[in-house]
Write a protein that binds this ligand. Structure first.
Ligand SMILES: [Mn+2]
Length: 297
């Protein structure tokens, strides 16, 4: 009987410390193959190290919206001076040329087959790298499973806890969030898919400990705090047990833009930037002033 174990890892967001522990855990569990569902980099500033680990372990790697930001920025060099955008620029400058080229070459979707078991893997949805397939989006899930030419659809992007369920007799798996989970402090989440006898026999949710103190020290050393403190603090809070702060901050930024009659998507926004919300610096800074009591850096 053929047994195959596949690690599905998504939304690392540059957390190389978490990924290292996940890869150790996967090895200890005798994983045969690795699939990465995108949002490999951006948010935590350790992009090159993260890509090095990914490139060593697999050729089945997708790009996510976070990679698409870098690619679109490279193409158009958008003149967005917003403080909020400095985080993306930092990673663009940080990545080696080789890693940037690598990111450009990654696919959006992939059909993967293990011993007759067919998987369709995507970052957001089979339609868009940006679309969010939350567990309660039944209409969307129905749309993507009703004619699905695969046994399973596997996605990430929502940063929910791992979930899996059958729809239209197809398995849909959300592989959770490896690097910046808002639900687990110092724990990386991923999935081991067990394939046995030409069937998916088990979807195993794995939680792996990693050292938050190391993450914190590495952030300080990275140089990101000279460029962008606000998003870094919001992200760090979010993964450190205080996810509500980032949510509340962004929600209020939306409301304040509305009150000013401002658009959060620029009229000249192209490609993925049509989804990249940018808030005026004065709004961003006044909220940061208010929330800085929660900031670690
Ligand atoms: Mn994403």
């Amino acid at each position: 009987m053929i047994k195959i174990k596949v690690a599905i890892i998504t939304d690392i967001h540059g957390n190389s410390i978490a990924l290292k522990e996940v890869l150790k855990d996967a090895k200890n569990n005798n994983v045969d193959d690795y699939i990465y569902l995108g949002d490999l980099v951006n948010e935590l500033p350790f992009g090159n190290e993260t890509l090095e680990l990914i490139r060593k372990t697999s050729k089945k790697v997708l790009k996510g919206n976070k990679e698409q930001y870098l690619i679109d920025y490279d193409k158009d060099k958008y003149n967005w001076e917003n403080i909020q955008f400095k985080n993306v620029k930092f990673m663009y400058n940080e990545l080696s040329e080789d890693n940037l080229e690598y990111i450009k070459g990654l696919p959006y979707f992939m059909n993967v087959e293990y011993e007759g078991v067919k998987l369709l893997v995507a970052h957001g949805s089979p339609f868009s790298v940006q679309e969010l397939l939350y567990h309660n989006e039944l209409e969307l899930i129905n749309k993507y499973t009703i004619n699905l030419d695969a046994d399973a659809l596997i996605i990430g992007h929502t940063h929910e806890k791992v979930w899996f369920e059958k729809y239209n007799n197809k398995l849909v798996i959300n592989a959770g969030c490896c690097g910046v989970s808002p639900y687990y402090v110092g724990q990386a989440e991923y999935v081991i898919l067990n394939i046995e006898n030409r069937k998916i026999t088990n979807v195993e949710m794995r939680l792996v400990n990693y050292d938050m103190e190391s993450v914190k020290n590495k952030i300080i050393k990275s140089g990101i705090l000279d460029i962008d403190k606000i998003l870094m603090n919001l992200t760090y809070n979010s993964m450190n047990g205080n996810a509500v702060i980032k949510k509340e901050f962004l929600h209020r930024a939306n409301l304040m833009m509305n009150q000013k009659g401002k658009k959060i998507y620029r009229d000249d926004a192209k490609g993925i930037y049509k989804y990249f919300k940018l808030y005026d610096d004065d709004i961003w800074l006044s909220l940061a002033e208010e929330y800085k009591k929660y900031f670690v850096f």
